[in-house]
Design a protein around this ligand. Structure first.
Ligand SMILES: CCCC(=O)SCCNC(=O)CCNC(=O)[C@H](O)C(C)(C)COP(=O)(O)OP(=O)(O)OC[C@H]1O[C@@H](n2cnc3c(N)ncnc32)[C@H](O)[C@@H]1OP(=O)(O)O
Ligand SMILES: Nc1ncnc2c1ncn2[C@@H]1O[C@H](COP(=O)(O)OP(=O)(O)OP(=O)(O)O)[C@@H](O)[C@H]1O
Ligand SMILES: O=C(O)CCC(=O)C(=O)O
Ligand SMILES: [Fe+2]
Ligand SMILES: [Mg+2]
Length: 293
């Protein structure tokens, strides 16, 4: 098994620290068809009427701000993302837009192209292989449940969480993605996040505070952690250690959809593998224009 296989998972996310990139502005026509059987009373604020989600799933998302769909992305697709990630790690793929990030623990070490050096890739919209994630019909089908039709990819991200050096710098502090993104409205944005392998508390799974999507955007700052904090990894300031946390244990291909105000983070990676996931956000378009950016 090579390092990348031993590694963890891949993540593509979206949004960005400011404006979406032009490349991300790709709209996907989706059906938008509403079946007469799918009518639900207007108490739904966070989900749209269509036939995809069961009433139970809708209620769960409305109440909790996230929904896990098991086994959504095929092994074959994940293998393709993984293979492409390996090519990027080997320096075989170079794209101008793509941003490569390293963990703070190795930020100042000499750069050697390998999986060990890359903790995150952002803006891979120009990478045909990775961008396939954003066009997978099974992902779009669910995204539409939250955004409505006319979907736009606003940000892409793949995370390769490194084994922790012992200083817990691989942790991602609890935050709301809306802190990083300028587009709105919140209720028509969703993040799709796909595990590229088994992810649990040992390798730093996603941790969510259910129901927090109903709150507002909270002040963020760098957490006061010993050992170091990654640049741009802000955390909410008034984190109450006693608030109920849910750790999302996921298998390869499982995908969680979550609201941009949901408070979430990820734990430190206690294993020797690099855990990977792919994710991204989408927003709804009206008449070809993004709503209230
Ligand atoms: C909705 C999305 C939710 C989220 O994803 S939250 C996280 C979003 N933010 C990010 O992913 C950060 C994106 N990445 C970046 O901004 C850049 O890669 C980053 C970290 C600023 C580095 O930028 P560059 O200037 O291209 O790289 P560089 O290698 O020349 O480093 C410049 C100085 O920064 C330091 N550095 C690099 N990576 C770091 C890290 N991970 N943590 C802390 N410090 C880091 C590096 O040592 C260097 O410092 P110095 O200037 O030599 O003293
Ligand atoms: N003071 C804090 N401020 C912001 N986020 C925090 C704080 N302390 C922990 N977190 C974040 O909370 C989430 C859950 O932490 P949790 O304690 O469950 O996991 P962990 O500390 O990474 O690992 P474990 O407790 O399993 O050893 C992680 O995203 C972590 O980054
Ligand atoms: O997986 C992680 O380390 C953090 C994920 C996250 O915050 C996100 O996907 O928005
Ligand atoms: Fe996030
Ligand atoms: Mg802990």
């Amino acid at each position: 098994m090579n390092q990348c296989q031993a590694a963890a998972r891949l993540r593509v996310a979206l949004g960005h620290l400011g404006q979406p990139s032009a490349r991300a502005g790709v709209a996907y026509p989706t059906s938008g068809a509403v079946s007469p059987n799918s009518f639900h009373p207007p108490q739904f604020q966070y989900t749209r009427d269509n036939d995809v989600l069961s009433l139970e799933q809708r209620n769960f998302y409305e109440e909790n701000g996230f929904l896990v769909i098991k086994n959504l992305v095929s092994d074959a697709d994940i293998q393709r993302f993984r293979d492409q990630f390996e090519r990027i790690c080997r320096g075989e793929v170079k794209l101008e837009q793509m941003m490569i990030m390293r963990d703070v623990s190795i930020a100042k070490s000499e750069y050697i192209p390998s999986e060990r050096m890359i903790s995150k890739i952002q803006y891979f919209e120009d990478d045909k292989e990775l961008f396939r994630y954003c066009t997978l019909p099974e992902i779009l089908k669910y995204v539409e449940c939250f955004t409505g039709p006319n979907i736009m990819a606003m940000h892409t991200m793949l995370i390769n969480k490194p084994p922790d050096s012992g200083k817990k710098t691989s942790r991602h502090p609890l935050h709301q993605d809306e802190h990083y993104i300028s587009f709105r409205p919140s209720n028509k944005i969703v993040c799709a996040w796909t595990a590229m392998e088994h992810i649990d508390r040992n390798n730093g799974c996603l941790c969510v505070l259910p129901g927090t999507h109903k709150g507002s955007l909270k002040p963020h700052d760098y957490p006061n952690w010993e050992g170091g904090v990654n640049l741009m990894f802000y955390g909410i300031q008034d984190y109450d250690e006693n608030s109920p946390r849910v750790h999302l244990v996921m298998e390869k291909g499982d995908t969680v959809f979550f609201h941009p105000l949901l408070i979430h983070g990820s734990g430190w990676n206690k294993t020797q593998g690099y855990r990977k996931e792919v994710s991204r956000y989408r927003a709804r378009l009206v008449k070809g224009q993004r709503i209230s950016l």
